[in-house]
Design a protein around this ligand. Structure first.
Ligand code: ADP
Ligand code: MG
Length: 485
């Protein structure tokens, strides 16, 4: 697409999963397979119940706002967004829509896409409550109130993204921020992340930062996987170019559409003229309260190390490649495991190699998370220590690793003096001389230029030592002894 550029703005909803209770009620905020178990009267909108703001949720929202370089409000209060839907028994959602109420306004965030650093402006970040969830069956629908009142952070970007790739890279960056900051598991498989995607196209030669040049915004509602975001954007860009090329784009009105996974298309829902009037007003049951500078300072000083900080530490401090560092920080739990390895005293590069190659390989193979992985960093150290003391060759170490996992027994059970590799030079030289003394015809062939006979000698040494000879040392001694003959 050279004639046009796409302008994409995201409204990313992420459930805050790390609070004990919901945002305005005391019901537990835990993911539960069993419907309607985390419910208090307020979540069911029983008359006379009153909301109480969860301080921890506000704290996390403010922390996210700081990480996004937004400004924080002086006062905290909430608004009612009025509409009717079966998943919303109160008839309104408590949210923060009109500025300057939101927990964050006008920020910017940098993220990496294909090794390039890009920036997106943030319009606002607000704290609201999630609705209940509906399960539709053939002729009935079930309502699960577990989700009603779960704290939800909605992040609204400016339309600064230009492709599906950038949008997904940005979402992955934000998922990582929420995880590293201890705000949310941000697991789209649990429905914790949902997006509205806004797409338009404009002529490539015009100034993209002048809103007068922007095309007509098409909003795609409720896309709930990153793959869905990618496909919906690609589909929508193609659809809009087609409209442009056939002269139909300019008469098009703003629309809300939905992403249909099955057909891989976006489907018309409503036009802007049918836009809902939510009749916002300030929630009278929650007093407006001032956010103290002291509290803000305290929150700012407690922002944990984020993925980018750790990545830089791995590159500059530990000497890892940018690629390996990137693999390690991609998932916080894996990065935590790696940091634990380094803390127990495994060399940072050695640990990086084990985690990025063997451990992640194993997790993928078994389709498990690092939290369910049997081998702890301390156990891994038993293996790496045995390598550095010469007890294990790297090949043997991999075997011990595999056996320990298969039998769920600590690696030390498989490491012993008897099956240790032979790294004693005198001992190996003795074995090699004996083999060479009995191989006069092979030596003659070797001397006549048949180089691959060398592998035969290595093989003999391995056979003789039941595979325990240190391979590097074996080759060294073999070369030396053969030269002498
Ligand atoms: P609305 O008033 O319809 O909610 P907003 O101006 O609040 O619209 O924007 C909502 C989202 O749409 C934001 O993420 C914003 O970046 C995005 N957006 C606005 N205009 C465009 C456009 N022309 N093309 C693509 N996205 C846009
Ligand atoms: Mg809006």
């Amino acid at each position: 697409m050279t004639k046009y550029i796409a302008k994409i703005g995201l409204e990313m909803h992420c459930e805050v999963s790390e609070t004990n209770s919901k945002v305005f009620s005391s019901a537990a905020n835990t993911y539960s397979e069993k419907p309607n178990t985390n419910v208090r009267p307020l979540d069911m909108a029983f008359p006379g119940t009153l909301p109480v703001v969860n301080k921890q949720a506000v704290r996390m929202a403010l922390m996210a706002s700081m990480i996004l370089n937004c400004s924080q409000p002086e006062y905290m209060y909430f608004e009612r967004k009025n509409y009717y839907y079966p998943d919303l028994p109160k008839g309104f959602q408590l949210t923060q829509e009109t500025k300057p109420i939101p927990v964050g306004i006008y920020g910017r965030v940098s993220y990496e896409c294909d090794g390039e650093i890009k920036t997106v402006r943030i319009n606002n970040l607000h704290l609201e409550e999630d609705a209940a969830s509906l399960d539709h069956f053939y002729d009935t629908s079930n309502i699960d109130y577990n989700r009603a009142g779960v704290p939800l952070l909605e992040l609204v970007t400016e339309p600064d993204l230009h492709s599906a790739k950038e949008a997904v890279a940005f979402l992955e960056h934000m998922r990582s921020v929420y995880q590293y900051a201890g705000i949310s598991e941000a697991d789209s498989k649990k429905g914790q992340i949902r997006c509205d995607v806004n797409v338009s196209i404009m002529d490539a030669e015009l100034d993209e930062f002048d809103p007068n040049n922007w095309g007509t915004k098409i909003e795609i509602k409720n896309v709930n996987s990153f793959g869905g975001v990618r496909d919906a954007i690609n589909y929508e860009i193609d659809r809009q170019i087609e409209l442009k090329e056939t002269g139909q784009y300019d008469e098009m009105e703003q629309q809300t559409r939905r992403w249909d996974e099955e057909s891989g298309t976006t489907i018309f829902m409503r036009s802007k003229v049918d836009a809902i009037d939510y009749k916002y007003f300030v929630e009278p049951n929650i007093p407006k309260y001032k956010i103290s500078q002291k509290w803000l300072d305290e929150i700012r000083s407690s922002i944990p190390e984020l993925a980018m900080d750790r990545k830089n530490k791995y590159i500059d401090g530990y000497g890892l490649s940018a690629y390996d560092a990137g693999v390690l920080v991609k998932e916080k739990a894996i990065s935590d495991y790696y940091e634990e390895c380094v803390k127990t005293g495994i060399d940072a590069k050695v640990a990086a190699n084990w985690v990025t190659v063997n451990i992640i390989g194993e997790l993928n193979k078994e389709d498990i998370s690092i939290n369910d992985f049997y081998l702890t960093p301390t156990m891994l150290k038993q293996i790496t220590d045995a390598i550095s003391s010469g007890l294990l060759s790297s090949k043997q170490a991999k075997e011990v690793f595999t056996k320990a996992l298969a039998e769920q027994k600590e690696p030390k059970n498989y490491i012993s003096q008897e099956n240790a590799q032979i790294s004693n030079e005198d001992e190996l030289t003795k074995i090699i001389i004996e083999i060479l003394d009995n191989s006069s015809s092979q030596i003659a062939q070797y001397k006549n230029g048949k180089d691959n006979i060398f592998d035969y000698f290595v093989g003999q040494v391995m056979k003789n030592t039941c595979g325990k000879a240190n391979p590097v040392l074996t080759k060294e001694i073999l070369h030396r002894e053969l030269d002498k003959r």
